[in-house]
Ligand binder design. Structure first.
Ligand code: G1P
Length: 291
């Protein structure tokens, strides 16, 4: 059965980006001319997902509004004959894609956020994507992961190497000390959330994309609080690994951690340089600036 449902947890309050995120959701911060959430939803749509499940919070209604019609705005653009702008608005997502919202009533961690989507997921296998992690727009990694899941019938966890000084910021995968080639899936034998360097089994960090066997939902029901006193998806994956083989998939494209100021700025520069309208001018300006 094709995997068509993807969970995007967006209930987090974005404390790493205060004060910018005091009154707007962190997912609505713009990268050049689109909010971060639009990039991840587009990535999901490109990979063939049709049901996008936002696990959200009362302060985050702007996200749902962004994917809804805005009758007054559209009528104004029609009257003013601003056809190109109107098309841009109407093409934010195809009509065939459903945006579904469920609430996470309390901040109890990523594992708990995923569990909040259980009734919408039902008995299907599904994917999870974290909206802080933006991949370059040409990336086909999520599609590759879905294909690898179908080929192997094994859950796929996206990883990429990070400097050793950063292993305590991420989930870290154990692939028996083997290096992974970009685009390759390999057996994972362990996974640990935010280990100290001496406890890290490798420098392969979990990069915010998961294609998961439905069984993980049952496991999440009883996953105890872990790192940071939160219910961790990483711990549920470690538990799943006791029952089923799981593979780490190595990112082929480029990732930007947009929950972090440096990552966000790097993404802004890269996306601006490639932008169809301003890319050439921006790149020229940047070259002058750094001369
Ligand atoms: C979450 C996951 C972690 C993963 C990271 C990727 O952590 O728990 O395993 O490596 O996202 O960005 P967070 O950044 O929410 O603390």
């Amino acid at each position: 059965m094709p995997i068509k449902k993807i969970v995007i947890p967006v209930a987090g309050l974005g404390t790493r980006f205060l004060p910018a995120t005091k009154a707007i959701p962190k997912e609505m911060i713009t990268l050049v001319d689109k909010p971060l959430i639009q990039y991840v939803v587009q990535e999901a749509v490109n990979a063939g997902f049709t049901d996008i499940i936002l696990v959200t919070h009362s302060s985050k209604q702007a996200i749902e509004n962004h994917f809804d019609h805005h009758f007054e705005l559209e009528t104004t653009l029609i009257n003013k004959k601003k056809t190109a702008l109107l098309e841009t608005l109407r093409n934010i997502i195809p009509d065939t894609v459903n945006i579904i919202s469920v609430r996470q009533p309390e901040p109890r961690g990523l594992g708990h956020a995923v569990l909040c989507a259980a009734s919408v997921i039902g008995d299907e296998d599904f994917a999870v994507m974290l909206p802080d992690v933006i991949l370059n727009s040409e990336s086909t990694d999520l599609t590759n992961m879905v294909n690898a899941f179908h080929r192997s019938n094994q859950s796929q966890i996206m990883v990429e190497p990070v400097p050793e000084s950063e292993v305590d910021k991420y989930g870290i995968a154990d692939c028996m000390g083997k290096a992974l080639n970009p685009g390759e899936s390999r057996k994972m034998v362990g996974i640990i959330e935010k280990p100290s360097l001496d406890k890290a089994p490798s420098n392969l960090s979990v990069t915010g994309r998961y294609v998961l066997s439905n069984r993980i939902m049952k496991i999440l029901e009883t996953t105890p609080r872990g790192a940071g006193n939160e219910i961790q998806l990483t711990d549920a994956i470690a538990q799943l690994m006791q029952e089923q083989d799981i593979q780490a998939y190595c990112l082929e494209g480029k990732s930007f951690d947009c929950g972090d100021k440096m990552g966000y700025l790097k993404a802004t520069v890269q996306f601006a340089m490639k932008h169809s309208e301003i890319g050439t001018d921006f790149t020229r300006w940047l070259k002058d600036l750094t001369k």
